[in-house]
Design a protein around this ligand. Sequence first.
Ligand SMILES: *[C@@H]1O[C@H](CO)[C@@H](O)[C@H](O)[C@H]1NC(C)=O
Ligand SMILES: *[C@@H]1O[C@H](CO)[C@@H](O)[C@H](O)[C@H]1NC(C)=O
Ligand SMILES: *[C@@H]1O[C@H](CO)[C@@H](O)[C@H](O)[C@H]1NC(C)=O
Ligand SMILES: *[C@@H]1O[C@H](CO)[C@@H](O)[C@H](O)[C@H]1NC(C)=O
Ligand SMILES: *[C@@H]1O[C@H](CO)[C@@H](O)[C@H](O)[C@H]1NC(C)=O
Ligand SMILES: *[C@@H]1O[C@H](CO)[C@@H](O)[C@H](O)[C@H]1NC(C)=O
Ligand SMILES: *[C@@H]1O[C@H](CO)[C@@H](O)[C@H](O)[C@H]1NC(C)=O
Ligand SMILES: *[C@@H]1O[C@H](CO)[C@@H](O)[C@H](O)[C@H]1NC(C)=O
Ligand SMILES: *[C@@H]1O[C@H](CO)[C@@H](O)[C@H](O)[C@H]1NC(C)=O
Ligand SMILES: [Cu+2]
Length: 591
Amino acid sequence: MKLTYLGALLWGSIVTGQNDYPNLPVSFLQTSDPVTALNSGYPWGTRTANNTNPCESSVIRKYDFTVKRAELAPDGVERSMLLVNGQFPGPLIEANWGDTIQVTVHNEIDDPEEGLAFHWHGLLQKKSQWMDGVPGIQQCPIPPGSSFTYQFIADLYGTTWYHSHYSAQYAGGIFGPLIIHGPATVPYDIDIGPILLTDYYHDDYFSLVEQTMSRDTSVPPPFSDNNLINGRNNFDCSTLSPSDNITCTSNAGLSKFQFTPGKSHRLRLINAGAEGIQKFSLDGHTMTVIANDFVPVLPYQTKGMFDLPEQNFVTLGVGQRTDVIIQAAPHATGSYWMRSSITTACSLTHQPNATAIVYYGHETTPQTQPWPAFVASLSVCENDDLTQTIPWFPIPADPNPATTQTIDIQLFRNESNTGPNLFWMNNSSFRADYNTPILLLSKMGNNSYPDSPEWNVYNFGSNSSIRIILINDSPIAHPIHLHGHNYFVENVGATTQWDGTVVRPLNPQRRDVQILPIGGYLVMQITADNPGVWPLHCHIAWHVSAGFYVTVMERPDDIANLDIPSVMAQTCRDWASFTNTTIVDQIDSGL
Ligand SMILES: *[C@@H]1O[C@H](CO)[C@@H](O)[C@H](O)[C@H]1NC(C)=O
Ligand SMILES: *[C@@H]1O[C@H](CO)[C@@H](O)[C@H](O)[C@H]1NC(C)=O
Ligand SMILES: *[C@@H]1O[C@H](CO)[C@@H](O)[C@H](O)[C@H]1NC(C)=O
Ligand SMILES: *[C@@H]1O[C@H](CO)[C@@H](O)[C@H](O)[C@H]1NC(C)=O
Ligand SMILES: *[C@@H]1O[C@H](CO)[C@@H](O)[C@H](O)[C@H]1NC(C)=O
Ligand SMILES: *[C@@H]1O[C@H](CO)[C@@H](O)[C@H](O)[C@H]1NC(C)=O
Ligand SMILES: *[C@@H]1O[C@H](CO)[C@@H](O)[C@H](O)[C@H]1NC(C)=O
Ligand SMILES: *[C@@H]1O[C@H](CO)[C@@H](O)[C@H](O)[C@H]1NC(C)=O
Ligand SMILES: *[C@@H]1O[C@H](CO)[C@@H](O)[C@H](O)[C@H]1NC(C)=O
Ligand SMILES: [Cu+2]
């Protein structure tokens, strides 16, 4: 029998507003229903972090999400947002490793109406490849006024987030944290919970996509207006022009975290922004990294490429997560600035700096200074060196991958320089067709789309291992995300020539997002253990809008045998009937 635990509330029962996440229980959820179900032991049994065999519990974690437009002023500037259950950032989803997560999404976006689809970042979906939530790839969008229930197993554990994958909607507010409890690697005392780092725009996402897709060369790409920690920061209202008639309140307030002297604190950092690479640091404290994305690593002290004595920052490209442990001194007192800053060397922003307050005892305004290495790091656009990021549980990569594809990435306008500034993946810029998801075509035996080269489908057939080499011929760093896998990051560099070496072939770093440096290369490899069609894209919202995307088709012979429920085809009939009468204004790639 399955036990059901109810999560987030319905829209009607809460007030629209800021969401502050509580500290989380250490090591496993104690609040399940019935109360004692999980208290009798670790729900994942004797599995350790050295065991990647997925476990399956009998618990369902049930959430009900309503998405609507609403007015909110997270940083004091009032604006229209797209919110989940009226909250910004969205509700926390919490589960134990092996639980089933069930989320019913109601699309109540209107004026104007829009489609909707939810993606569960980093989860493998090995038993539910159709629940990955990418419109035009695995499903049709949820039409306005309709609902859809996602159901999938919490097949990895650690820190992640969910977000809309329909155009750049998540930049309007549709995102939130997703925490899966699992075996610990190193012990800690207090789980501070999710810390979402997000660049922030005062314009609505659709205007920003219009800006991105403009054919007018004098229209600049979007610059973020602010930077938030768990949805909060102040904003200097005097920088707004009075003629814009925008309601703005100064000192909207910062996020605050209480620490306990002598205790170790786990912080779950998530870059859930649209564009900016974040550098995170806590004045006066050092940090130990214990996981990157869903992959626990051998603990390492944060360091960088500087000869500065204290090098205490972590780098997070969009989509990346890093779990750190901060040990508080036995008699610690006072208040300290927590800082997250957008790297102005590689990201576009008018206001890069977010702060929050960490305090012991009672809170005061911190008077602390940033670590010198943190300030220096703001000019660096790369992740920690691969020699530092060693997975806790080693998995060797196939030294002779069955197939290798090189994909060259360029940014240019064509049609004699009159087109939009698009990303070209080996000369093909991606565009989705919301009405014909590729997974459903493949399930019906159709794996070839000569009339739709803009779907950028790479059919890898039955190859057992796949290496992809990305060459960045654009002047921007890109956080590269692959769905359905923790990919091997075999090598990464800032030149276009890979020397053929793999960093630690018996245990390469694995994760689901890695920053591809400016003018550099990224060598990624997967073991083809998950038949499906998996998006491989830059996680910068404006870049995927502009076509930076390919579809990895993995083991189509086995896709044919997937037991895809009929509700997936039904969403397409519903979407078809919606689009029969409403023209969808798809101004970007759609994702
Ligand atoms: C300013 O905005 C308010 C509320 O949105 C509106 O009522 C008012 O007419 C506007 N004033 C001007 C001068 O546009
Ligand atoms: C942002 O913070 C960095 C590091 O603390 C500082 O050097 C920089 O001047 C700040 N920038 C702004 C615009 O406040
Ligand atoms: C897990 O594996 C690592 C080596 O990769 C080893 O150091 C550690 O002791 C193992 N832990 C357990 C609990 O087996
Ligand atoms: C746009 O560029 C692509 C890639 O270079 C090329 O294949 C295509 O023909 C161009 N289209 C136009 C209209 O110039
Ligand atoms: C992409 O272009 C590069 C450079 O021309 C070429 O080596 C590679 O084979 C192409 N890849 C595919 C998948 O066509
Ligand atoms: C893309 O097309 C241009 C113009 O036809 C050509 O010069 C370039 O080599 C092509 N790039 C790749 C990666 O195929
Ligand atoms: C496969 O799907 C594509 C896209 O809908 C379509 O153009 C093509 O005709 C289909 N092929 C077959 C054999 O049905
Ligand atoms: C392996 O992948 C390549 C594309 O990279 C494809 O052309 C080939 O058919 C695949 N081989 C098998 C056995 O499926
Ligand atoms: C679309 O509209 C046409 C004409 O009204 C109708 O025949 C068709 O069944 C509709 N299709 C869907 C999917 O609703
Ligand atoms: Cu990008």
